[in-house]
Design a protein around this ligand. Structure first.
Ligand SMILES: *[C@@H]1O[C@H](CO)[C@@H](O)[C@H](O)[C@H]1NC(C)=O
Ligand SMILES: *[C@@H]1O[C@H](CO)[C@@H](O)[C@H](O)[C@H]1NC(C)=O
Ligand SMILES: *[C@@H]1O[C@H](CO)[C@@H](O)[C@H](O)[C@H]1NC(C)=O
Ligand SMILES: *[C@@H]1O[C@H](CO)[C@@H](O)[C@H](O)[C@H]1NC(C)=O
Ligand SMILES: *[C@@H]1O[C@H](CO)[C@@H](O)[C@H](O)[C@H]1NC(C)=O
Ligand SMILES: *[C@@H]1O[C@H](CO)[C@@H](O)[C@H](O)[C@H]1NC(C)=O
Ligand SMILES: *[C@@H]1O[C@H](CO)[C@@H](O)[C@H](O)[C@H]1NC(C)=O
Ligand SMILES: *[C@@H]1O[C@H](CO)[C@@H](O)[C@H](O)[C@H]1NC(C)=O
Ligand SMILES: *[C@@H]1O[C@H](CO)[C@@H](O)[C@H](O)[C@H]1NC(C)=O
Length: 807
């Protein structure tokens, strides 16, 4: 009853406030804002007032986006909520802003640095609440601002960092939970030790490090680029050091949020979809976890295993290292001697932790080297600023920690090594000989010189990259899959506890686990009763261990003891079908995410078919076998049914038809003939499902008895393909991309395998505007019932298989 009364008061007050406070953005001396009233910034972007969180509901004073339902950007009384709606915010003469509860006690207040007779508080259109002196000679001077006390949200115009003179610091603190704004365990703060960098911490544990600013971006964020939403920069001078960003366009809404689970996310509000679209997420992957490979280890997210020692370094404890416990890192193969050391270049990196660094903005790289060489405890140096060919000097003292390797936009660092490692220097590489031979045949000394220079430069670039054998293809043959100890995995999964179980595949359950080093894994446990499981198990181990592609799920290792286990990287977002066919989660996949998925799967299959040396047909491409990472990038999983081809063989026959209804091509389901074109068929089905948000199997339409393929074909021939689009993406959708995807999907599901495009053609068609051929009738669009009966009679046990994922 009480709650009901409170609620109705609340409702009444809220509706009043809409009428009353529309125009006001300022409270002046001796005035109050009562619960139910609010301030609205002049441009109408932000609102300040009271809101409820938690159960039972508690009241808070905060600022939110006016037009976005309950997106709070700032909270005043974070840890001291009001019990009811009797509070008010009062501006008092003498210079403070006080939040009173119903009993007249001040529970939160602002104290101005100087006494002011006539203070006013104003909510600006940037979301900043500022207090000024209405009387003073400089009435525009800000005496206090909410931007100096950020909560979990970094808004445009804020400074995230330090006033070096006063030691005043502004950083983000997560909420305790989504229902509780009191300070949580996570902070994102500019660290002032050495050359500054941001640290994301849980309590005092570092979880993620931005890396130092390199003039263009943070060293750990190569994908932070100029964009249509905001400009950004880092300011470092005598007085201040801070990060800031400005919106490029008043109509853009973008924020950076430190979520209660410790994930930092930049997102952009899209009016059309009425949704926050993630733009950057940190940590993004396992290599973003602080020091995931220990000292002098380098993390590469699409390598297996993901950690390697820098060239010239070896694991400190090789037994630990071999079971993927990388925490103790690597040590120099040959110890330093100080006087006679050399510096070896490593490229494409996120620069190591700079808390033990020193910097000088005016020195160049050569001076930097000289200074570093002189001090025996200086272990590495690099440019501070990478713009205009590089400038400034950054020197490390001590171990090099938290290094990762990027495929593009990484940085260069020179690491101190023993003189005996001089083989790592570029001049000792001998790879330019064939080029020299060619040059001599031209008979021109000049040409030799030119080619030599180019070669030296190239060798420097290519061969000094780390770690050795950078290209996974090169070392495919000798890639050994790490073998895990059963006890290690048992501990990681809490002895295969049911709490850790995340799904049930065709061959047994799947568990989530955490290795000693903190790495999250998914463990597929082959059920002992599974008849054909062992064969598929070995098959999967054989294939997946040799495959490395960003759109394929990564196998970390296996265990063949009393139990047969496969250990994979863990995919937090589970599988595509868990989004696509779920009435609420489907909305999280907007058009750009879906198009990214359509493209990523195509590239993954293309790699299987063509780019990997093995030439693999997956045979079970379907939505539940596509897993999604933190950023919704697709990764194909479950290679239990994959077949490899040797030489030029392109199709094969099998007497065991295995696969999944609704995705199987006619020639495979009926005659057991499979080829790359049967994967193309399954891919086509998946594309149409992704666009429409409907399952091919189980699709019903009031007008006809055809499946999704038949329906898509019907709409296509009538020029109404747009109607196939999932309602929830219609607004966010690029119509031309969507129509093109449907068209390509239909080309892939044509009845005759020869008519279907190869996956390389699919990738090309998706990425360009070339004209598409007209599709012929799809296979299996009418005959659903008939086919399912015929298969289920002949192959009762071998049809179903689900992926790694679960619910
Ligand atoms: C605010 O109230 C105080 C105390 O009642 C009074 O002295 C002062 O003049 C008032 N200020 C304004 C601007 O009304
Ligand atoms: C206000 O006073 C009443 C009665 O003393 C008490 O029950 C209540 O907890 C108080 N509220 C706050 C917010 O202190
Ligand atoms: C705000 O609360 C204080 C303390 O309870 C009270 O004295 C004051 O009258 C209130 N102001 C308004 C406008 O309700
Ligand atoms: C305050 O700012 C306004 C607008 O920028 C300007 O017109 C005014 O002169 C300023 N007042 C003072 C006292 O500086
Ligand atoms: C930094 O702090 C000092 C000392 O409090 C102050 O004088 C100065 O204005 C501040 N600088 C900025 C840019 O806020
Ligand atoms: C936050 O830290 C406290 C104390 O260290 C701990 O009890 C709690 O479990 C932590 N919460 C989360 C969500 O990690
Ligand atoms: C701001 O963005 C809107 C919508 O994206 C666009 O229509 C408008 O032209 C942009 N304005 C400027 C000045 O760039
Ligand atoms: C940076 O290096 C220059 C040139 O070597 C030197 O003059 C200057 O004092 C150095 N600055 C700092 C802050 O060490
Ligand atoms: C070397 O650098 C360290 C760290 O900055 C410093 O403490 C030490 O005094 C330096 N040693 C020499 C010989 O300059």
């Amino acid at each position: 009853m009480k709650a009901f009364v409170a609620l109705s008061i609340c409702l009444v007050l809220f509706s009043c406030n809409a009428l009353v406070s529309n125009a006001l953005d300022t409270v002046t001396t001796n005035q109050s804002i009562r619960d139910g009233e609010s301030l609205l910034s002049a441009g109408g972007t932000f609102e300040l007032g009271f809101f409820s969180k938690g159960d039972p509901p508690k009241r808070y004073l905060g600022i939110w986006y006016k037009k976005i339902h309950m997106t709070i950007v700032w909270v005043a009384n974070k840890a001291v909520p009001l019990a009811d709606t009797s509070g008010n915010l009062t501006v008092t003469s003498g210079g403070s802003l006080i939040l009173f509860d119903g009993n007249g006690s001040g529970i939160w207040s602002v104290n101005l640095p100087i006494p002011v007779l006539n203070p006013v508080a104003q909510l600006l259109d940037s979301g900043n609440l500022v207090v000024r002196d209405a009387d003073g000679s400089d009435s525009n001077r800000t005496l206090w601002q909410s931007f100096d006390y950020p909560t979990d949200t970094f808004l445009a115009g804020m400074k995230l960092g330090w006033n070096r003179t006063s030691g005043f610091d502004r950083h983000l603190t997560s909420w305790k939970s989504i229902d509780d704004p009191s300070p949580g365990n996570f902070t994102y703060q500019l660290d002032r030790n050495g050359y500054p960098q941001f640290l994301l911490k849980q309590g005092s544990d570092i979880k993620y490090r931005s890396g130092p600013w390199n003039g263009l971006r943070w060293s750990g964020s190569p994908n932070l680029k100029p964009n249509p939403y905001y400009s950004f920069g880092f300011v470092l001078n005598e007085e201040e050091m801070y990060y800031h960003y400005e919106l490029l366009n008043r109509s853009v809404i973008s924020r950076m949020l430190l979520m209660p689970n410790g994930i930092l996310q930049r997102s952009v509000w899209i009016d059309r979809t009425h949704d926050w679209t993630p733009y950057l997420t940190r940590p993004t992957d396992q290599c973003d976890n602080y020091a995931s490979c220990g000292a002098h280890g380098s993390c590469k997210v699409d390598a297996s295993p993901m950690c390697r020692c820098l060239k010239g370094f070896v694991p400190q404890f090789s037994q630990e290292w071999d079971i993927l416990d990388w925490s103790n890192g690597c040590v120099r193969r040959n110890p330093l001697d100080c006087k006679k050391d050399i510096f070896v270049l490593y490229s494409s990196l996120k620069l190591p932790d700079t808390r033990t660094s020193r910097f000088n903005e005016s020195m160049n790289l050569q001076e930097c080297k000289v200074v570093c060489m002189k001090n025996c405890s200086c272990t590495a140096y690099s440019n501070l600023d990478i713009r205009n060919g590089g400038s400034g000097c950054l020197m490390w003292f001590g171990e090099l920690i938290d290094i990762r390797e990027f495929s593009d936009s990484g940085q260069e660092i020179y690491v101190r090594m023993a003189a005996s490692e001089s083989a790592l220097l570029p001049s000792h590489q001998k790879k330019h000989e064939p080029v020299m031979g060619l040059a001599v045949s031209f008979g021109s000394v000049f040409l030799i010189l030119v080619l030599l220079t180019i070669c030296v430069l190239q060798c420097k670039k290519k061969n000094m990259e780390l770690p050795e054998g950078d290209n996974p293809e090169d070392q495919e043959e000798d890639l050994e899959l790490p073998l895990f100890d059963l006890s290690t995995i048992a501990i990681a999964t809490n002895y295969f506890s049911t709490d850790n179980k995340v799904g049930e595949g065709g061959f047994g359950p799947v568990y989530k686990g955490v290795l000693m080093g903190g790495q999250e894994i998914a463990v597929k446990r082959l059920s002992m009763t599974s008849r054909q499981g062992l064969h598929e198990f070995k098959n999967e181990v054989r294939y997946v261990s040799k495959l490395q592609h960003r759109n394929l799920v990564k196998l970390l290792g296996c265990c063949i003891q009393e139990e047969n286990l496969l250990i994979y990287e863990f995919m937090p977002n589970r599988s595509l079908d868990s989004f696509l066919f779920d009435p609420t989660r489907r909305e999280q996949l907007d058009w750009s995410a879906r198009f990214n998925i359509i493209n990523g799967i195509a590239r993954g299959i293309l790699y299987l078919h063509q780019d990997s040396r093995l030439r693999i047909i997956h045979r079970d491409i379907k939505a539940s076998n596509v897993l999604l990472d933190y950023e919704m990038n697709p990764k194909i999983s479950d290679f239990g049914l994959a077949k490899s081809f040797t030489g030029n063989e392109t199709q094969a026959n099998t007497n065991r038809v295995v696969g999944t209804y609704g995705y199987m091509s006619p020639e495979y389901a009926l005659d057991g003939v499979f080829s790359m074109k049967s994967d193309a068929f399954s891919y086509g089905v998946l594309v149409l499902e992704t666009v429409s948000g409907k399952r091919n199997r189980g699709f019903h339409h009031p007008d006809h008895r055809q499946n999704l393929l038949g329906h898509a074909w019907r709409l296509f021939t009538e020029g109404r393909s747009v109607q196939l689009l999932d309602e929830v993406v219609k607004n966010s959708c690029s119509t031309s991309e969507a129509l093109r995807s449907i068209h390509i999907g239909l080309l892939c599901v044509q009845r005759c395998p020869d008519d279907r495009p190869s996956m390389s053609a699919v990738v090309m068609m998706l990425g360009s505007d070339i004209e598409l051929p007209h599709p012929k009738e799809p296979g299996f669009f009418n005959e659903r019932n008939l086919l399912e009966e015929s298969i289920s009679q002949s192959q009762p046990n071998e049809i179903t298989m689900t992926g790694l994922s679960g619910r």
